[in-house]
Design a protein around this ligand. Structure first.
Ligand code: G4P
Length: 525
C-alpha cells in the first residue's frame, strides 16, 4: 500500500458523552466489530467508577489499565480505526480536552431518556472551537426515551449544531421495533432476545405494503415521521459535516449491539481521514513527505521503581519510522526511538512505522512535555493544545524541609504531564495549583509522595477563575497589572494571568479595561 493509501484509510476519533450515556459500551461493541475480541473487560475496567472517587488506590490501578486503552486501534473493512479514549470523569476533563485535539472527528453518545447533559455540552464546546466533525448516537432506545423530534430540537439547541438524522427510530422501550436507515434506505428490525445483527431489509420505497407487513401499524407513523424529517432537516452533505456545520444522527442501543454496525459502516465512509494540523509557522498536510507529530498526552511513572513515562505522539504528516533521527524542536536536539509502540485493541506492541492519524507511544525519561513538536528537522510548533481556565485553586507549600528539591521536581514533572496548572504569584512568589476538578489535588498529593517522596501542604484559595491577559495597549496592561498586583501571576510558560475572585470582579475588570483581552484558554505551545 502506498503512503497515500495508508493515510486515506485511517479514521482517528474520540467518543464523548456524559457519564453513563453508554460510551464504554459503544467502544466495546465497536472493538468487537473490529475482531478485537477479549476486550470487553479491558475497556470496562478502565472506567473510573463513581464509587471510586474517594478510593485512591483504585484510581492508581485504573491509571495503569488506562495505558492499554488510551488508544484502541483496529482494522475494519480495509480501514484502520484508532479510537482515542477520553476519560468520562469530569475531574479529568482537561485530559479529555487535550485528547480531543488529536481526534479528526468525534462521536457523541446521548442517552435517549436524558437528552443532552452537562459534560456533553462542555466537551462539545471544545469540538466547536476546533470545528471537529461530530456524529451523534442517540443510545438506549431499548428503554423508554423521549420523542425523537424533541431530542433533535434539544441537540440542535444545546450543542449548537444543525442535526441531520441518518437513521430514524420506530418507537422506544418495550415497543421499540428498530430503525429505518435514511442514508441507505433500509430497515433494521430490533430483536430484544438476540444480540446478533439482523440483516437489514431494503426499502427503496417506504410506501410499499411490505413495510406494513414488517412493522404493522407503526408503518404509517414511520412514513409520517420520515416525511417530516425530510421536510425539516437538511439532506446529508459531506462537506457540511466536515465543516462541523451539521451533525449526522443515528439511533440505537449499544448494549444490544443494535444500530452500532449502521453507525460504524456509515462512519468509515463519511468520517474524515487525517486532517491538516495548524502550526504557528504554517498548516501541515498529512500527505507531506516529511514526518511531523506532537505530544498530546504523557502517561508517567506507572512503576514507581522506574521513572518510566510514555509520551503519546499524534503523527501529523509523513511517516514515522523506528530508529530514525527526529528533531525535538523545543530542545533543539536529534532523537532516535528504538521501541516506539502502537496500540492494537488492548495490546501494545513495538512498531516499525506509523502514518498520519496514528498514535505512537514513545518511552521517555523526561524529555517530553505536552505540546512538544517532533519533526524531520523543520522548526515547527504545532498549535491548538489549549490549557483551560482552572476553576479550583490551592496554594501548594512544602511540608518536609528535607525534601524541597524533590517537591520542586515532582511539581515540575506533573505539570509537564498536564495533571494541573501551576501559577506563581508575581508579588510574593507563592505557588498556586489550579485544576478543573477536586480529585486532581488528591492525585497530585498522592503522586508527589509515592513517586517523588515529597510532601506538600495545601491551603485553599477562594478564586473564581484564572484568565490569560494580553493587550495591544501596553500602558493599559501595565496599569491593570499594577492596580491588581495581588492577583497577577505567571503560568508555567511565563504568560500573565489574572486571578479573578468572583464573576463580578472579572466583569468589572473587563469593563474598566476594555483594551485588555481576558482569555479563558491558553494555547500550550
Ligand atoms: P459511559 O461509559 O458513558 O459512562 O457508560 P457505559 O457504557 O458504562 O454505560 C452506562 C450504563 O448504561 C451501563 O449499565 C450500561 O450497561 C448501560 N447501557 C449502555 N448502553 C445501553 C443501552 O443501549 N441500553 C440500555 N438499556 N443500557 C445501556 P450499568 O448497570 O451502570 O453498568 P454495568 O453493570 O452494566 O456494567
Amino acid at each position: 500500500m502506498t503512503r497515500e493509501e495508508e493515510i486515506k484509510r485511517r479514521r482517528t476519533f474520540g467518543i464523548i458523552s456524559h457519564p453513563d450515556a453508554g460510551k464504554t459500551t459503544l467502544t466495546e461493541k465497536l472493538l468487537l466489530f473490529g475482531g478485537a475480541i477479549n476486550v470487553a473487560g479491558a475497556v470496562k475496567s478502565n472506567k473510573i467508577k463513581k464509587t471510586a472517587t474517594s478510593d485512591f488506590m483504585e484510581i492508581e490501578r485504573q491509571r495503569g489499565i488506562s495505558v492499554a486503552t488510551s488508544v484502541m486501534g483496529f482494522e475494519y473493512e480495509g480501514y484502520k480505526i484508532n479510537i482515542l479514549d477520553t476519560p468520562g470523569h469530569q475531574d479529568f476533563a482537561e485530559d479529555t480536552f487535550r485528547t480531543l485535539t488529536a481526534c479528526d472527528s468525534v462521536i457523541i453518545v446521548v442517552d435517549s431518556a436524558k437528552g443532552v447533559e452537562a459534560q456533553t455540552r462542555k466537551l462539545m464546546q471544545v469540538c466547536r472551537m476546533r470545528k471537529t466533525p461530530v456524529i451523534v448516537l442517540v443510545n438506549k432506545l431499548d428503554r423508554i426515551g423521549r420523542d425523537p423530534f424533541d431530542l433533535m430540537d434539544e441537540i440542535e439547541k444545546e450543542l449548537q449544531i444543525q442535526v441531520c438524522p441518518l437513521t430514524w427510530p420506530i418507537n422506544s422501550g418495550p415497543d421499540f421495533k428498530g430503525v429505518y436507515n435514511i442514508y441507505r434506505k433500509n430497515l433494521s428490525l430490533y430483536r430484544a432476545d438476540i444480540q446478533s445483527i439482523t440483516e437489514a431489509i431494503d426499502f427503496e420505497d417506504i410506501n410499499t405494503p411490505e413495510l406494513d407487513e414488517q412493522i404493522g401499524s407503526d408503518a404509517d407513523t414511520l412514513r409520517e415521521h420520515l416525511e417530516l424529517v425530510d421536510g425539516v432537516y437538511p439532506p446529508f452533505n459531506n462537506e457540511e459535516y466536515f465543516d462541523a456545520e451539521i451533525a449526522p444522527v443515528f439511533f440505537g442501543s449499544a448494549l444490544h449491539n443494535f444500530g452500532v454496525k449502521e453507525l460504524l459502516d456509515c462512519f468509515v465512509e463519511i468520517a474524515p481521514s487525517p486532517l491538516p494540523t495548524k502550526a504557528i509557522e504554517r498548516v501541515v498536510k498529512p500527505m507531506e513527505e516529511e514526518f511531523t507529530g506532537y505530544i498530546f498526552k504523557i502517561h508517567a511513572n506507572m512503576d514507581p521503581n522506574h521513572r518510566n513515562r510514555l509520551a503519546f505522539v499524534k503523527v501529523c504528516s509523513g511517516k514515522f519510522e523506528r530508529n530514525t533521527n527526529y528533531y525535538h524542536v523545543r530542545m533543539g536536539k536529534k532523537m532516535k526511538f528504538s521501541s516506539p509502540t502502537a496500540f492494537m485493541a488492548e495490546k501494545k506492541s513495538i512498531i516499525d512505522e506509523a502514518y498520519p492519524g496514528d498514535i505512537v507511544g514513545l518511552p521517555d525519561n523526561g524529555n517530553f512535555k505536552i505540546g512538544d513538536t517532533i519533526t524531520g528537522g523543520e522548526e515547527l510548533h504545532f498549535k491548538g493544545l489549549p490549557s483551560f481556565s482552572p476553576e479550583m485553586f490551592k496554594y501548594i507549600d512544602n511540608a518536609d524541609p528535607m525534601k524541597y528539591k524533590q517537591l520542586a521536581k515532582g511539581i515540575d514533572q506533573l505539570m509537564d504531564e498536564g495533571v494541573a496548572q501551576l501559577f506563581t504569584l508575581d508579588f510574593n512568589g507563592r505557588k498556586l495549583i489550579g485544576t478543573v476538578g477536586a480529585l486532581q489535588f488528591e492525585v497530585i498529593e498522592y503522586r508527589l509522595l509515592h513517586e517523588y517522596g515529597a510532601s506538600c501542604r495545601w491551603t485553599p484559595m477562594n478564586m473564581y477563575k484564572a484568565c490569560w491577559i494580553s493587550s495591544d495597549d501596553q500602558e493599559q496592561l501595565e496599569n491593570f497589572k499594577k492596580h491588581k498586583y495581588q492577583y497577577i501571576a505567571k503560568d508555567k510558560h511565563g504568560n500573565d494571568v489574572f486571578l479573578a475572585e468572583s464573576q463580578y470582579l472579572l466583569q468589572m475588570a473587563q469593563s474598566n479595561y476594555p483594551k485588555i483581552t481576558f482569555n479563558f484558554t491558553s494555547e500550550l505551545v
